[in-house]
Design a protein around this ligand. Structure first.
Ligand code: 2ND
Ligand code: ZN
Length: 364
């Protein structure tokens, strides 16, 4: 009696989001209002509806580099303490309204220093904003917990400094580290110093790898840098061969990723916009889920993709005929892979996620 889940049903499911950029999730009206308040004059339009459309269109180029250019406008309006608090609070509220119960949201503190804030002031403003957003969501009867990942830009040279910030703020809401930005020409091994420092500090990190660049990037991220998770990682399918008889044959790297249960932070819509995948129906997530890789579903940039986590799931349900069991599997995978202590992950799985899905299945 399988039937297609509706977007409304999916919204009601307790969801977990591991890969979402703070500077890729602003409300278009907020971009316009902060631009007005701070004198940022480079926006392509001041009409929020047109601006939302502009972000989606400009991100649709098929190139990661061009996609990343759109962030100049979001980063451009996120330069004051007030703006950072507002954007972070709205992020937590928007995710909670979509039924997300746990999220790890990332951004690069080094990109928010143009108006004179220090790295510490940036981190503290964003933490304050998340706290405020969680409280507002709670007042509306929605429970969400937001952890922060601090990103270092891979073309820059501040990764060690950002890694130190992660350790400094790890007991007050920062749960891990990441590197992002254009992948080709910027291998993760350029930032080995930061990764080695984090490992010595028993800290967690994920690395954007295997998105615009293939297997060597994934291999370096895992075997040289020691990443706990892979941001995207879609190109791992280059190491999986589909045989004429329908069987698959995996290379050593793909086997390693599956055997070690390396979490893949997959972001379907974003991958289509940057050219990392051709369509949802042909997205490697279908094959990787059936081969039981540790796949998770994510939004990457809700503004640039005009999406939500529920909408990403709805697209996958339509393309692959997924139902409640699949959604629960992705969600438990994500919660198991979060950079939270084991007991807290378990409490969310057993106290929140499983009972939430059981209730939805029962009502269906
Ligand atoms: O999908 C992505 N790949 C690489 N870099 C990305 C992606 N989405 C966002 N970024 C960059 C642009 C942001 O300014 C930065 C920090 O969030 O991370
Ligand atoms: Zn990303």
């Amino acid at each position: 009696m399988s039937h297609q889940l509706t977007l409304d049903q999916i919204r009601r499911a307790p969801k977990v989001l591991l890969h979402d950029h703070l500077d890729g999730g602003l409300r278009p009206e907020t971009v316009v209002e902060i631009a007005d308040a701070t004198g940022y004059s480079a926006l392509p339009t001041k009409d929020p509806v047109e601006l939302g459309q502009w972000f989606r269109d400009a991100s649709d180029s098929g190139s990661l580099e061009r996609y990343l250019e759109t962030f100049s406008h979001t980063v451009g309006v996120m330069q004051t303490r007030e703006a950072l608090i507002r954007v972070a609070a709205e992020c937590a509220e928007d995710l909670a309204a979509d039924g997300v119960v746990y999220a790890e949201v990332r951004y690069a503190p080094e990109q928010h220093l143009e108006a004179g804030l220090t790295l510490e002031q940036v981190v503290e403003a964003v933490l304050e904003g998340f706290q405020l957003g969680q409280e507002r969501a709670a007042a509306q009867g929605r429970t969400i917990r937001v952890g922060t990942l601090l990103t270092a830009m891979r073309h820059a040279a501040r990764s060690r400094e950002i890694a130190e910030l992660v350790v400094r703020y790890r007991d007050v809401g920062v749960v891990g580290f990441d590197i992002a930005g254009a992948e080709a020409g910027h291998p993760p091994t350029r930032h080995l110093d930061a990764f080695e420092y984090l490992r010595r500090e028993n800290a967690h990190f994920t690395i954007h790898a295997g998105e615009a660049f293939g297997l060597p990037s994934i291999w370096e991220a895992l075997q040289w840098c020691g990443a706990d998770r892979l941001g995207h990682g879609v190109r791992i399918v280059d190491d999986i061969e589909r045989m004429a008889d329908g069987q698959t044959r995996m290379g050593r790297l793909a086997r390693y990723v599956r055997d070690k249960r390396v979490p893949l932070e997959m972001c379907p819509s974003s991958n289509i916009q940057t050219g990392a995948a051709t369509s949802i129906a042909e997205h490697p997530i279908g094959m990787l889920r059936s081969l039981r890789f540790r796949v998770t579903v994510n939004t990457d940039n809700r503004l640039q993709s005009g999406t939500t986590l529920s909408e990403e799931f709805a697209r996958l349900c339509q393309a692959f005929d997924y139902g409640w069991d699949d959604l629960e599997w992705f969600t438990v995978n994500a919660m198991k892979s979060a950079f939270l202590p084991f007991d807290e992950r378990l409490a969310l799985i057993n106290g929140h996620i499983k009972p939430g899905f059981a209730q939805l299945k029962w009502a269906d």
